[in-house]
Design a protein around this ligand. Structure first.
Ligand code: NAD
Length: 480
């Protein structure tokens, strides 16, 4: 069995306790590796290492820092096939997706922020005749980066890259459900010559390792992506300590389909936005709202294409829907399908666990599921399921569509399908989400602000936002 180790002070180490947890292959429903069951003493060691490394890393000439981060990006590209295979085995996602999206995005994150830091400049403001102000932005210190299991290396690097590029040193924790590519990443950092202690990766459980990172007085900022409930716990711990916080939380995103849309494009992209990565993407459009004039046509075509999706072994080329990340998560998704039925929903396709033959006989597979007939306010339409389950509801007017879209505590992303440009702008301005896609989905430009409103989070990642987060601004005013 592979043994994952912590990465502290440039070395791969066992946890202080000597204890390990099992790491499951969700497509087989069986453990295949172990990971450290670390605790607060490992976190303290990592924070100490990060503090020791901070003066040299933050003072390193930008060109040198950049070249190390670019080297890491190159090594990710070199190991694309190995990393994609590991990600698919660890998470359950189709290998094809890991190869085309997850791992290329991880190297893109490193490259984007390595070079962005070369272009970041600080502001200067002349107060006519009186004074000149200039603002410095210096790295905040040791940053804590905590990431989830759905897009493991993709989201891990999305935090680490801007933190390191800004000159911070980092203590990071990947999800205990998907630790493998973070471990492989630590080996690439060593190979790339990242100085010891600049990045420290502590594996283990959220309520032990994650909580210890958030609680540690030596960690100045917490960048967290995960569930809203965990986000609340983190905020409750970190806020009284006045730590800087970036919280990227859950979503229950509306997908608004107007009758004047490009129908083919809307249906085919909605299949993607519903079931990509088994629906385990925070940006998936799980509430589909369709204008009544095309409601029946849309539902029929959508269900037909959903039934054509191949649920199967993530390593097979034809597989479109892989395994859910864990047995617990699969049971949660299935329980929401039961709830939807109790709430009066009609399951038009899917709804059940899939049992495959062969090596994946014990895997955590669920059929892509389409449910209609539900009220906007029912729990199925209000709570995040985070699986291959969507609901479809009709609407009659634009006002109603906007009201339905906003009738939820979350506000991460929304998709709007219409060929009417004025409507696109009108609706985009009224929907309360941090990210709006019009006639597309998951089209990402890394320069744009990324994050949610309401219970979907606090703060924004992406572009300058992340570099600003990991730096502290200071204004210096000099009388002329
Ligand atoms: P989670 O909140 O259970 O865990 C996320 C991370 O936090 C894990 O590493 C976990 O170990 C750690 N953690 C758990 N308890 C902690 C604590 N008390 N203190 C510190 N860390 C703790 O989330 P998950 O189940 O891994 O991920 C799924 C969730 O993430 C979904 O809600 C999804 O919408 C959300 N998500 C959001 C975004 C976004 O950008 N907004 C992106 C991806 C996923």
């Amino acid at each position: 069995m592979d043994r994952i180790l912590n990465y502290i002070e440039g070395k791969l180490l066992e946890p202080a306790s000597g204890k390990f947890l099992e790491n499951f292959n969700p497509a087989m429903g069986a453990p295949y590796s172990t990971l450290p069951d670390s605790d607060s003493s490992d976190v303290t060691k990592a924070v100490d290492a990060a503090h020791s490394a901070f003066p040299a890393w933050s003072a390193m000439p930008l060109s040198k820092r950049t070249s190390i981060l670019l080297k890491i990006a190159d090594l990710i590209d070199r190991d694309l096939d190995k990393l994609a295979l590991a990600e698919s085995i660890d998470q359950g996602k189709p290998l094809k997706l890991a190869k085309s999206v997850d791992i290329p995005r991880a190297s893109a994150n490193m490259r984007f922020y390595a070079t962005a830091s070369m272009h970041m400049n600080s502001e200067s403001h002349l107060m006519e005749g009186e004074a000149i102000n200039y603002t410095t932005r210096t790295p905040i210190g040791v940053a804590g980066c905590i990431s989830p299991w759905n897009l493991p290396l993709y989201l891990f690097t999305w935090k680490i890259a801007p933190a390191l590029a800004a000159g911070c040193t980092v203590v990071a924790k990947p999800s205990e459900l998907t630790p493998m590519t973070a471990f492989m990443f630590s080996k690439l950092c060593i190979e790339a010559g990242l100085p010891a202690g600049v990045l420290n990766i502590v594996h283990g459980l959220g309520n032990k390792v994650g909580q210890a990172i958030v609680e540690h007085r030596g960690v100045s900022a917490i960048s967290f992506t995960g569930g809203t409930v965990t986000g609340k716990t983190i905020a409750a711990t970190a806020a009284p300590m006045f730590k800087k916080l970036s919280l990227e939380l859950g979503g229950k995103n509306p997908n608004l389909i107007f009758a004047d849309c490009d129908f083919e494009n809307a249906v085919s992209t909605s299949i993607q936005s519903s079931f990509s990565n088994q629906g385990e993407i925070c940006l998936c459009g799980s509430r589909i709202l369709v204008e009544r004039g095309i409601y029946e046509k849309f539902v029929n075509e959508f269900v037909k294409r959903t039934k054509e999706l191949t649920v199967g072994d993530p390593l097979e080329e034809k597989t479109r829907v892989g395994a859910l990340v864990s047995e617990g998560h699969m049971n949660k998704v299935l329980s929401y399908i039961d709830l939807a039925k109790q709430e009066g929903g009609e399951v038009l396709c899917g709804g059940k666990r899939v049992t495959l033959l062969g090596r994946c006989a014990n895997g955590y597979f669920v059929e892509p599921t389409v449910i209609v007939g539900l009220d906007q306010q029912c729990r199925t339409n209000q709570e995040e399921i985070f699986g291959p389950v969507v609901t479809i509801m009709p609407f009659d007017t634009e006002e109603e569509a906007v009201a339905y879209a906003n009738s939820n505590a979350y506000g991460l992303s929304a998709t709007i399908w219409t060929d009417n440009l004025k409507r696109a702008h009108r609706v985009a301005h009224q929907v309360k989400s941090g990210i709006i896609w019009v006639n597309c989905w998951l089209l990402r430009d890394l320069r744009t602000p990324f994050g949610g409103m309401k219970q979907s989070g606090v703060g924004r990642e992406g572009g300058w936002e992340a570099l600003r987060f990991f730096t502290e601004a200071k204004n210096i005013c000099i009388r002329i």
